[in-house]
Write a protein that binds this ligand. Structure first.
Ligand SMILES: NC(=O)c1ccc[n+]([C@@H]2O[C@H](COP(=O)([O-])OP(=O)(O)OC[C@H]3O[C@@H](n4cnc5c(N)ncnc54)[C@H](OP(=O)(O)O)[C@@H]3O)[C@@H](O)[C@H]2O)c1
Length: 302
């Protein structure tokens, strides 16, 4: 069967399609025929330098999938840990530890389902970490991307109010998803502009871009909240002076989290699949994500 592996770290050309034996699966594994696999920035990062993930090549790429259990034909989805995984999702058949697999929502086709686990579980975990009351104002940096466009839908479900800066091209889309106050991303200080327009300080800031906490903290209220899924860089001392709790969030894979995600799907949360690629064009999908302006998720089909 076919699988996409990284044999040596590098650019998209490092992705190689190889023939490997079909996995048989152990007692604690579910053997799945893969139908679709989501592409994420971490795929690119680990491809270029897998040392952060604690693995060395060769390894099979990919962390989220939709497929069917070989024995029962049950439709499932799976989310694998982004660290330590060497048998990734991009193969025709995979054996996945049972704790990372769950039945997928029946209303989702495999392509849509494969776009959800990583970004959706990350968004959920960010929101779960911050104790925010309905009506709170949250500034989200990176709302137009894979994680952001799901987070804003979940935030709306919680009754939170979202302010976000995007490119003008993304304005209508993110407003339809739940952005209450839209700002132009060319604004050098979106947090300051948000406070000026709202006439009140922010309750929280979420950084899905990187480097956005330092310039935002002065505009978060005393006792407010801040979370990042990218980095904790810059001078963050203001979090002490203003008693702002800082959350660094690394998505934790697990079946329970997939059930929580399924509940969000039942509540109406959907990913935007910007494009699909066949397995043999995985490198093109990586190039496209690297170039930016995807505005949703890319999915590999098998
Ligand atoms: N900690 C974790 O567990 C975890 C989990 C998932 C992802 N991540 C990381 O989180 C980041 C986001 O992931 P993702 O899947 O959402 O990536 P993505 O789909 O590439 O989305 C990033 C979004 O941010 C936008 N953006 C970039 N600079 C911006 C700025 N200055 N202001 C406003 N928006 C800006 C991009 O717009 P354009 O493309 O139009 O420029 C894009 O829409 C990545 O670095 C990823 O590695 C971490």
């Amino acid at each position: 069967m076919r699988a996409v592996v990284v044999e040596r770290p590098g650019g998209p050309e490092a992705l190689t399609m190889v023939e490997v034996p079909r996995p048989l699966g152990g007692p604690e594994e579910v053997v799945i025929d893969v139908e679709a696999v989501g592409v994420n920035p971490v795929d690119l990062g680990n491809r270029a330098d897998p040392s952060w993930a604690g693995i060395s090549p060769p390894y099979v790429v990919g962390y989220e999938l939709a497929g069917r259990v070989v024995d029962s034909d049950e439709p499932v989805w799976a989310l694998l840990p982004v660290q330590g995984t060497t048998q990734g999702a991009l193969a025709e058949r995979v054996a996945v530890p049972r704790q990372y697999v769950a039945p997928r929502p029946p209303e989702l086709d495999p392509i849509v389902a494969a776009a959800l686990p990583m970004a959706g579980c990350t968004a959920l975990q960010v929101l779960q970490r911050m104790p925010l009351a309905a009506g709170s104002w949250v500034l989200v940096h990176g709302v137009a991307g894979g994680v952001g466009h799901l987070l804003v839908q979940m935030a709306r479900g919680l009754g939170l109010r979202v302010v976000a800066a995007t490119r003008f091209d993304d304005r209508r889309r993110v407003e339809e998803l739940g952005v209450d106050l839209w700002l132009d991303r060319s604004d050098a200080t979106p947090a300051a502009t948000a406070v000026e327009k709202l006439g009140a300080e922010l309750d929280a800031v979420v950084d899905l871009v990187g480097g956005q906490l330092e310039p935002s903290l002065p505009y978060v209220r005393v006792g407010g909240h801040a979370a990042t899924i990218v980095d904790l860089t810059g001078d963050l001392d203001l979090a002490i002076d203003r008693n702002i709790d800082l959350h660094g969030v690394l998505m934790r894979a697990g079946r329970d989290r997939l059930y929580e995600l399924a509940a969000e799907v039942s509540a109406g949360v959907r990913p935007h699949v910007a494009d699909t690629y066949p397995l043999e064009r995985t490198a093109d999908a990586h190039r496209r994500l690297e170039a930016g302006r995807v505005g949703g998720k890319l999915v590999i089909t098998l």
